[in-house]
Design a protein around this ligand. Structure first.
Ligand code: ADP
Length: 488
């Protein structure tokens, strides 16, 4: 058994990545784009059938490449919060999947009374919002007659994308989810690791339509490829899988994914830290033996600002070019950028805020603006890291980075300088799928938690410079610009 296969069911694509078990290196990747539809302003849907067929296709391609007999198991990681409702007897979805970005239930969520909001926060670690699964399931029960009919007949299944894929891959034998995915539904008590009766009653969702709860390293069942049975084992939501893939296994370990947006997860150990700063508390990963919690913060726009420089302003031809251009000037010349294209996330939570460029003079050139955009990504992470340290009382020691924009050396060095700690970039930047593969390997007993650490190799370590005073001044300027963006 040479390989573990990881299925990464993301929002824009599904990918299967074949990992060499001994070295934790990817040896083969197959990817398929997945469509999205936007039937009304603010609505985002996907076809769950398409997600499954394309997942089966990419898995099949990797199995053909390696030979089913050489694959020890399949691990799954997925876009979180998105809900699928399907017929328990046939496995057929009853309506389009409602994607995490979909805002159709924001009115409903705004009406959740204050005492219930408080309860939700205490029990689930989440800030009540349309983003999470509960109100999306409620919407389907209210608006899809076929879902209601199946519900009455006892034949309805409702779950996140992982549970649907597990159900389909095991031909309906397993209807289960892992605790990281469950912790994004707003129906799950992160302290007891159970579906919460009071929340289920509030949203009018019967526990019988939800999947069974399992640890992230559980063996979910088996699937068949080429007549051979392969275990499906190891499941986690994408950000949590990245935390595991980055071997952030100790209290105080932290990873930042610099993708279209920015996602920061901070391991708080077996203690569940409640945030006073607008961060989320979530299950980092749950193993048979223990549950590890994390604080989570995200910025809606990070790499997307670099795309904006490229596609809207035409300042650069490729995202990579931003690095070269930023380095042609010693600083931004006083220019500050706030990437609030779609509002500001944690810790501000202001969807009405809009972007801002401040400090422009007659001497301002494209390089200054490009540099200010890259710096704004690092400032966003600094805001989150200050909150995380304050909420938890734990010092950040290092950032483990991944995602498309982590390729930018200027940005990573600036981040190290701004935070005053090292930024560590791994050799395998596929942290999400690697995390699923490692959870699978742990589940099958091929490796233990200790080996996860030794399998992570650094590609480059960015160390903070000696003199960091200027960075603090720049950061204060950024904070002033944010204040102005919030006045909008
Ligand atoms: P996602 O998974 O969120 O779609 P990726 O992790 O693939 O995103 O990262 C893509 C983002 O990274 C894009 O927004 C792109 O502009 C940005 N990006 C890619 N390379 C660089 C680079 N060298 N410098 C800055 N940004 C980059």
């Amino acid at each position: 058994m040479k390989y573990i296969l990881a299925l990464d069911a993301g929002t824009t694509s599904v990918r299967a990545v074949l990992y060499d078990v001994k070295t934790g290196t990817p040896v083969h990747i197959v990817q398929q784009e997945v469509g999205q539809s936007f039937p009304q302003p603010g609505w985002v849907e996907q076809d769950a059938n398409e997600i499954f067929y394309k997942s089966a296709y990419v898995l099949n391609s990797c199995v053909s490449f390696a030979g089913a007999e050489n694959i020890a198991g399949i691990g799954i990681t997925n876009q979180r919060e998105t809900v699928v409702l399907w017929n328990r007897k046939t496995g057929e979805p009853v309506c389009p999947a409602i994607v995490w970005q979909c805002r159709r239930t924001s009115g409903y969520c705004a009406e959740i009374p204050a005492d219930m909001r408080e309860k939700i926060k205490k029990k689930t670690g989440l800030i009540p919002d349309a983003y999470f699964s509960a109100s999306k399931i409620r919407w389907c029960l209210d608006n899809v007659p076929a879902a209601r009919k199946l519900y009455r007949e006892g034949n309805l299944c409702a779950g996140t994308v992982d549970s649907y894929l597990v159900f389909k891959l095991t031909e309906g034998k397993a209807f289960a989810t892992d605790c990281t995915n469950a912790s994004r539904t707003m129906l799950f008590d992160i302290h007891t690791l159970r579906w919460d009766k009071e929340l289920l009653d509030y949203f009018g969702i019967g526990e019988e339509i939800l999947p069974e709860l399992r640890p992230s390293d559980a063996r979910m069942g088996e699937t068949t490829f080429g007549g051979l049975r392969i275990p499906v084992a190891g499941v986690a939501g994408d950000q949590q899988a990245a935390l595991f893939g980055q071997a952030c296994l100790s209290r105080g370990d932290c990873k930042i994914t610099y993708g279209t947006g920015l996602f920061m997860l901070f391991n708080t150990g077996e203690t569940c830290v409640s945030s006073e700063s607008g961060l989320l508390t979530t299950v980092g990963y749950s193993l048979e033996k223990k549950t590890v919690y994390a604080l989570e913060g995200s910025a809606f726009n990070a790499g997307s600002s670099v795309q904006w420089l490229r596609d809207n302003l035409g300042f650069i031809r490729s995202s990579g070019e931003s690095e070269e251009l930023a380095l042609t000037v010693p600083d931004t010349g006083g220019v500050c950028f706030v990437p609030a294209f779609t509002g500001l996330g944690a810790p501000h939570w202001r969807s009405d805020a809009r972007g801002l460029l401040t400090g422009i003079t007659r001497g301002t050139g494209t390089a200054h603006i490009v540099r200010a955009v890259l710096e704004s990504i690092a400032y966003g992470a600094r805001e989150l890291s200050d909150c995380m340290q304050k909420d938890s009382g734990i010092c950040l020691r290092e950032i483990r980075c991944d995602g498309g924009a982590s390729a930018n050396n200027f940005l990573m060095q600036f981040q190290a300088d701004l935070l005053g700690i090292t930024v560590n970039r791994p050799a395998v930047r596929e942290s999400t799928s690697l995390g699923a593969a490692l959870l699978c390997a742990c589940s099958l007993g091929i490796i233990g938690e200790e080996e996860v650490l030794s399998l992570r190799k650094s590609e480059k370590i960015f160390r903070p410079s000696e003199n960091r005073e200027n960075f603090e001044t720049h950061y204060r300027n950024y904070q002033l610009a944010v204040k102005r963006a919030l006045l909008n």
